[in-house]
Every structure is written in C-alpha cells, then in structure tokens.
Design a protein around this ligand. Structure first.
Ligand SMILES: [Zn+2]
Length: 435
C-alpha cells in the first residue's frame, strides 16, 4: 500500500513550528516519518505539495454537546431536547460532520441524553457516518433541587425520552448511576456541581456533596472512565480537583487555592469563556424579565432581580478573565471547547472561542497548543498516540491554507481546512478535488 507524503508545508507539531522543509510521511494509520531529509517516493505514494499551507495535528474539542443545536441561534434554553431522540441522533451526526469540516478529529463529550454520544461513537466507528473520535459522555448527573430539576424546566430534560439529566442523590445512587452509564458505553461521567456560568449568578455553595463527588470519581476510575464536572464555584473547583475529577469545566471562580489544587491533581480546565461573553453581550437587549432564561424556578422575573443578576454575572466574568493569566503562568492545562449547540452558539463557530482568547492576550500559538497537545493530554492520549506530529503517532492531521499559529481566524472559514485525516483515513479532502 502506498504512503501519503506531505512535503513543503509549514508544520506545527502541537507544541512548536518545525523547521522549513520538514516532510511528514503517513503509512496506514500512523505517522512513520517526520524528517528534514529528502524522502524517496515511489509510484504508489500520494504526494501532497503543501507549499503555502500549514500541517498540524487534528484539533480536540474538549466540551462537546453532540446532540445540542436544533435551535442554536435562538435565545432558547431548550437545547433541542424537546425533540424526539431519533431526531437528536441526526443532529449529532450533523454536528460530527461539522466538527470534521473544521479540522476537529477528537471530541470529549460533555453530557447528552439518550446515549447519543455512545451511539455517535459507534456509528462513526462502523463507517455509517463521518465524524471525529468520540469520548462518549453520560447524562448530566444532578442533585435534586438543581436548577435543571425545577418544575418548569425538567420536562425537556427528562420526560418522553432518556433525557439530559439524571438525579443522583446520595453516595449509593451516584455509585449506581456511574456504574450503569459507564456500563452502557460512556467513557466520561459528567457531574453538575452547582448553578452558574454564563447565564446565572454563581452561588457560594454546591448541589453535589464532596462524598458524592468522591464516589463518582472512585467508581468511574475503577472502570477506566474519566470524570468531568460543571464547576463554577470556588469550593467546587477545589473539592473536585482534590477528589480526582479529570476535567474541570468553566472554573469561573477559581482562585490561587483552586489553581494549586488543579495543578496537584494534574486536572484539565476548560475555561469556555465564549458562552459567558456572548450571553452578556446580548442579554442586556432582551426582555429578560419575561425572556427565555428565567431565574431558577422559571417564574417571570422582576426588573430589579434581573439587573442584579446581570451585574453579578458581569462581575464574575471579570474575575474569570483576571484569573486567566494566573492559570497560564502557573501551568494549568487549558483546553478548547465551549457550549456549542446552546442558544447563540452554533457548532462550527469554533474560531470565535479562539479569537476571544487571543483578544484576552493569549498568543495564537498557545491557543493552538490548547486545541491540539493539551486536548490530547486531557484525553490521556498525549505521549501515547495523539496530539502531536511525531513518528509512531496516529495520523490525525489537518492541512490549512493559512497559519493559525499566527492568525486563529483561519478557522473561521471551513474552506481553509483543506485536508483532514483521522487514523490516516481521509475525512475531508479539498486538496485533491481543487486541482
Ligand atoms: Zn456544557
């Protein structure tokens, strides 16, 4: 069988840009050579001349809601979950295709109903549909009384089908829930620690207890599954890190103690600032009191409490932004992934998250490290087989016209993403068809 020989491109290996003239050779599913020396080729080899283009590892989206997005763009909290499960499955297939179009070759699920993530993973592996490598996530494990458990919201979370949330009060319920969901094929467990992040003020307390977090982690890890947590609160971040939660989502109210705990635990943080920023940007123009994101129990809201809420969200967002340089300086592992599929957050709009971090002072090459190397680390696959361009690694590779290590907006237009390989297999190819 012939090889793919990628020549004359600029190569970003997940950490740094390699010397000009580096050639990358792919054979089967693996990268077999990364060399500055000339490579002899034969008639069976496919040669890609990448002059003016960049070659880099496939991106990892670390907070991916596969089935969200039927009503993305509308200010609705339903996330599409009022629709039948079969329809959500098709939405997931579409979102998987979008991910590939934008050079995303791996995703870490971040909660879904109806075993959508597991089904998506299997359908992709069987070749029924095109999509990235999937780490399937469980439903959202919540405690009774969580805002998603309110009378006015729970119908679309759980009724009619195997909905988005699962109630897990107490250590034994949590243990059983994790056992069941992992037994059904989920590889990462999602805990909803508290309210907050973006559309709500972050409280100073948590729904899920330390004991419940600990048993979730212990049970998941004993089955070689990971745990992630929607974790905006200061105490939640510390408790989750100390308990061994692998991925801390949002981490809005992280402080120095939280950073220390996250580093000690070698946990990953998904800052996911875009949703918060976007929410604040448009919320002020809404009829918020009667609008689509009512406070907690869903009753119409007073203007006074609405103003209070927006002011609180803003203040907390400013805190998160102020902590970003501290997290980076301390060496916290940060990754890309935001709540795509939510209202105002269409799948495929990945460049907007990258652009936001660049605006906040993160160099583009560092953002790309978050999206490749760090993502693979979060999956537990860096140094093993993913997230880098090196001999022996899996050939998850992307060719772009343009250089995202100097301008992340290359990712705005999917026509800039010209070739996508996953496991050495072509997922998207505009290079050949363009000739
Ligand atoms: Zn989410």
């Amino acid at each position: 069988m012939g090889r793919s020989v990628l020549v004359n491109g600029r190569v970003f290996d997940g950490t740094k840009v390699l010397a000009d003239g580096t050639t990358v050779v792919v054979e089967g599913s693996r990268i077999t050579s990364v060399t500055a020396a000339p490579v002899e080729t034969g008639p069976e080899d496919v040669i890609h001349d990448l002059v003016g283009k960049m070659l880099m590892p496939g991106m990892v989206q670390c907070h991916f809601h596969t089935g969200f997005g039927t009503d993305a763009g509308n200010p609705s909290p339903y996330l599409g979950h009022g629709m039948p499960a079969a329809f959500l499955g098709m939405v997931a297939a579409k979102n998987a295709q979008i991910a590939i179009d934008f050079g995303v070759t791996s995703i870490i699920g971040s909660s879904n109903g109806d075993l959508l993530d597991v089904c998506l993973k299997e359908a992709i592996l069987l070749g029924h549909i095109v999509g990235p490598r999937v780490i399937p996530c469980t439903r959202e494990m919540i405690a009774s009384g969580d805002s998603a458990d309110g009378d006015n919201r729970s119908w679309y979370m759980g009724v009619q089908h195997h909905g988005l949330i699962r109630r897990t009060d107490g250590v034994e319920n949590m243990r059983q829930a994790v056992r069941e969901e992992v037994g059904r094929g989920c590889e990462i467990v999602k805990l909803a620690i508290s309210d907050g992040h973006g559309s709500q003020i972050i409280p100073e307390w948590n729904y899920i207890s330390e004991e419940e977090i600990e048993v979730a982690v212990e049970t998941a890890h004993s089955r070689q599954a990971m745990v992630r947590a929607h974790c905006p609160t200061r105490t939640g971040i510390i408790q989750c890190a100390k308990a061994g939660v692998d991925i801390i989502d949002h981490a809005d109210m992280i402080d120095d103690e939280g950073i220390e705990a996250v580093l000690a635990a070698n946990a990953t943080v998904v800052p996911s600032f875009l949703w918060s920023e976007r929410f604040m940007g448009i919320a002020e123009g809404w009829d918020y009191a009667n609008g689509p994101f009512p406070i907690g129990n869903g009753f119409p809201e007073t203007q006074e409490r609405t103003d209070h809420r927006l002011a609180g969200i803003k203040r907390q967002f400013e805190h998160s932004v102020s902590m970003l340089p501290k997290m980076r300086d301390a060496g916290v592992r940060l990754v890309l992934g935001d709540d795509y599929g939510f209202a105002m957050m269409p799948h495929g709009d990945y460049a907007s998250e990258m652009e936001l971090y660049v605006k906040l002072g993160v160099p583009p090459i560092e953002v790309m490290q978050w999206g490749t190397r760090n993502g693979a680390q979060a999956m537990g696959r860096h140094g093993v087989d993913l997230g880098e361009i090196a001999e022996g690694k899996l050939a998850d590779l992307v060719v772009l016209s343009g250089d995202p290590t100097s301008d992340v907006l290359v990712y705005r237009d999917p026509s800039n993403i010209e070739l996508v390989l996953k496991d050495g297999q072509i997922q998207k190819d505009l290079l050949t068809t363009a000739v």
